[in-house]
Design a protein around this ligand. Structure first.
Ligand code: PMV
Length: 332
């Protein structure tokens, strides 16, 4: 009844912003992403009668019973226990190899890893599609981390969410030259988490309807670009789509400005480098970090230039990575 999994984080190329069903975590719009090779969560889950209560340790820190984080993990385990027809309490230990909740999609890798390990530990044999639906219940972006390479999370039409799942656009090996350089400009926890931010945007952003009206075209362009290996089409669309999402965040009341001075400095630099013939694009989520979309051949020059920008603390180069999987080495 013990299992361990490793799930990579993913970064959206076209973003998910807004829920149409909070309980089932159904999105207002579809999204696309790349699964990252080097930012991951490892999680061990054990269900056993010997445990008096569920316990969760994240990056060496125990989550106290009754906190929001604890309840979120417990609710997710309850779903799995119900599916498997078991009632044992669980011990869960989880480790990220990057800072939690700083806009590096820790909830994506976190809930994908938890779902894969807990389902296996509970004796369930689920398909990748079923695992993506299960992961979605914990965090929307986790839906996409179940698969590797380039992934679409379909909006779906059904009320039960059975068609809101991860679909493969291309495998990691189909475009091995594609890169994302993740820059860390701040490791502070973000002020407004995505769930609260999305709800506010839907509530009062006057441009949210325009976001919804134009997002499908971006998804189609990114999918076309990936299939044809057109780097320019993927990069330009991803950058444009990110700016449209941030436009809705900024024009929500109260405003959500996730960018820090270094975020803006990187954006300016990337636009200037492009003019000079160095082709790269930026994308940011609900946080200050910039993910630089580029090709392998330009990584050395881009990394060198990025590190010279004031405020850039660290860069991590990610390739298209694998989907979530079971591993043999347990954390306890
Ligand atoms: O599912 P969450 O809470 O990780 O929300 C993700 C929201 C964005 O990162 C801003 C966009 C996305 O599609 O990943």
């Amino acid at each position: 009844m013990k299992a361990t999994s490793k799930a990579n984080s993913n970064i959206a190329l076209t973003k998910y912003w807004g829920k149409r069903d909070k309980k089932l975590m159904l999105p207002q719009n579809g999204s696309t992403s790349m699964t990252l090779s080097d930012l991951y969560t490892i999680t061990t889950v054990e269900f056993d009668k010997k445990y008096d209560a569920d316990s969760f340790v994240l990056d060496g820190e125990t989550l106290e019973a009754g906190t929001k984080e604890y309840d979120k993990v417990k609710k997710h385990l309850d779903l799995i226990r119900e599916k498997a027809g078991i009632s044992e309490n669980a011990r869960v230990e989880s480790k990220n190899n990057f800072p939690t909740a700083a806009g590096l999609a820790s909830s994506a890798s976190g809930f994908a890893a938890l779902s894969v390990a807990a389902a296996k530990a509970a004796g369930l044999d689920l398909s990748p599609q079923e695992l993506s639906i299960l992961s979605r219940r914990g965090s929307g972006s986790a839906t996409r981390s179940i698969l590797g390479g380039f992934v679409e999370w379909t909006r779906g039409e059904k009320d039960d969410g059975s068609d809101s799942v991860a679909k493969q656009i291309a495998l990691a090996k189909d475009w091995p030259e594609f890169r994302m350089i993740t820059t860390i400009v701040s490791t502070a926890q973000k002020k407004v988490k995505s769930t609260a931010g999305m709800a506010k945007t839907i509530e009062n952003c006057p441009y949210y309807k325009d976001w919804l009206a134009t997002v499908n075209e971006d998804i189609e362009n990114v999918k076309k670009g990936i299939k044809e290996k057109s780097f320019t089409l993927v990069g330009e669309t991803a950058q444009y789509n990110c700016l449209k999402m941030h436009a809705t965040m900024i024009t929500t009341r109260p405003p959500m400005i996730y960018w820090m001075p270094a975020t803006i400095a990187i954006m300016h630099a990337i636009l200037a480098w492009k003019e000079e013939g160095l082709e790269a694009y930026f994308t940011m989520d609900a946080g200050p970090q910039v993910k630089v979309i580029c090709l392998e051949k330009d990584v050395p020059e881009l990394e060198k230039k990025l590190k010279e920008i004031e405020g850039v603390q660290k860069t991590v180069v990610c390739k298209p990575g694998d989907g979530a999987k079971i591993i043999e080495e347990h954390l306890f």
